[in-house]
Design a protein around this ligand. Structure first.
Ligand SMILES: NC(=O)c1ccc[n+]([C@@H]2O[C@H](COP(=O)([O-])OP(=O)(O)OC[C@H]3O[C@@H](n4cnc5c(N)ncnc54)[C@H](O)[C@@H]3O)[C@@H](O)[C@H]2O)c1
Length: 267
C-alpha cells in the first residue's frame, strides 16, 4: 500500500495564513483533507481559507495565537465543530529574530521561545488530548512539527532561533514516545526545511547583512545555495509535499522522526 490520500481527514495548520503554512494547508486540501487555518492574522487566514475552499473541500479560519493555552482550546473546538473531527495538526507557526550572540536581547529570546517552543508544546498538548481515545475527536492522528535546518547546522546570526528549533526536534521525539507508549494512536514527526524565500526567509537574508555577516543579500543567499548539494533554495511546495507524506497512511510506521527537506544542506 502506498496511500498518500488524505480524503476524509481533518487538519489544523498553525501559521497557515501565508508562506509555508499556506502552501501546507493548500496541499493537504489537494490530497483530500478539510482544513482549518489558525493564525494571528485572521483576515489573511480567512482569505487563504477562501482560496482553499474553491478546491472543493471544507476550509475555515480561526484566530489562534499559539502562545495562548485558552486560544488553543478554542481553536481545537472550532476545528472539530467546523470540520467534524480533528486528526492532523501541523505546528507551523514560528518567528525568527536575527542577532549576533554578542547582541542578544532577552525580550527577543523570550518571544522566540514563546512562539516556537511554547506554541509547539501547547499545540501537541491540545491535539493529542483531542485525538487520543476518549478525546473530543478520538480517532488518533498525526502531528507534524516544523523545525528547521537551523536545528542541524551552525549558521551565523540565528543562535537563539536555532536553539528553539532544536527544542522543537526534542519535543517531537518525547511526544512520539509518550503517544506510542500510552496507546494514543497519534504519530508525531518533524521536518527540517532549508531556507525558503517567504517573508521570514527574505527578512533573514536581509538581517544577516544588517548585522554585518554578509556584504549583500545576494552573497548571503549565494552562501546558502553553495552549502546546499542540490544547488538551490527550498520552495514552499518542497515542504508541503513532505508534510502530506508524514500526515498520510504512507507514513503509518513512522513516528519520532525528523525529515530534512533542505536539498542536503544539513547532511
Ligand atoms: N522560510 C524559511 O526559510 C524557513 C526555513 C525553515 C523553517 N521555517 C519555519 O517554517 C515555518 C513557517 O515559516 P514561513 O517562512 O512561512 O514564515 P512567515 O513569517 O512567512 O509565516 C509565518 C506565519 O505564522 C504566523 N504566526 C506568527 N506568530 C504566530 C503566533 N503567535 N500564533 C499563530 N500564528 C503565528 C504568521 O502570522 C504567519 O502567517 C516557521 O515555523 C519557520 O520557523 C522557515
Amino acid at each position: 500500500m502506498n496511500d498518500q490520500s488524505l480524503a476524509g481527514r481533518k487538519a489544523l495548520v498553525t501559521g497557515g495564513a501565508r508562506g509555508i503554512g499556506a502552501e501546507i494547508a493548500t496541499t493537504l486540501a489537494k490530497a483530500g483533507a478539510s482544513v482549518m487555518i489558525g493564525d494571528i492574522l485572521l483576515d489573511l487566514a480567512r482569505e487563504t481559507a477562501g482560496g482553499i475552499a474553491k478546491l472543493g473541500v471544507t476550509a475555515g479560519a480561526t484566530k489562534l495565537d499559539v502562545t495562548d493555552d485558552n486560544q488553543w482550546e478554542q481553536a481545537v473546538g472550532a476545528t472539530i465543530s467546523t470540520l467534524g473531527g480533528f486528526d492532523i495538526l501541523i505546528n507551523n507557526a514560528g518567528i525568527e529574530i536575527t542577532s549576533l550572540v554578542v547582541d542578544i536581547k532577552s525580550e527577543d529570546v523570550l518571544r522566540m521561545c514563546s512562539v516556537n517552543v511554547v506554541g509547539t508544546a501547547l499545540g501537541m498538548k491540545h491535539a493529542v488530548r483531542a485525538m487520543r481515545p476518549g478525546g473530543a475527536a478520538g480517532k488518533g492522528g498525526a502531528v507534524v512539527n516544523i523545525s528547521s535546518v537551523a536545528a542541524t547546522i551552525a549558521f551565523p546570526g540565528i543562535a537563539v532561533y536555532s536553539a528553539t528549533k532544536s527544542a522543537v526536534d526534542r519535543l517531537t521525539r518525547v511526544a512520539a514516545m509518550e503517544s506510542g507508549k500510552l496507546g494514543y494512536a497519534v504519530r508525531v514527526n518533524c521536518i527540517y526545511p532549508g531556507l525558503v524565500p517567504t517573508e521570514m526567509g527574505n527578512q533573514l537574508a536581509q538581517d544577516v547583512v544588517t548585522c554585518g555577516l554578509f556584504g549583500s543579500v545576494e552573497e548571503a543567499v549565494g552562501t546558502v545555495v553553495s552549502l546546499t548539494p542540490q544547488g538551490r533554495l527550498g520552495e514552499v511546495a518542497d515542504v508541503a509535499d513532505a508534510v502530506v507524506f508524514l500526515a498520510s497512511d504512507a507514513a503509518r510506521f513512522i513516528t519520532g522522526a525528523g525529515l530534512p527537506v533542505d536539498g542536503g544542506m544539513g547532511m
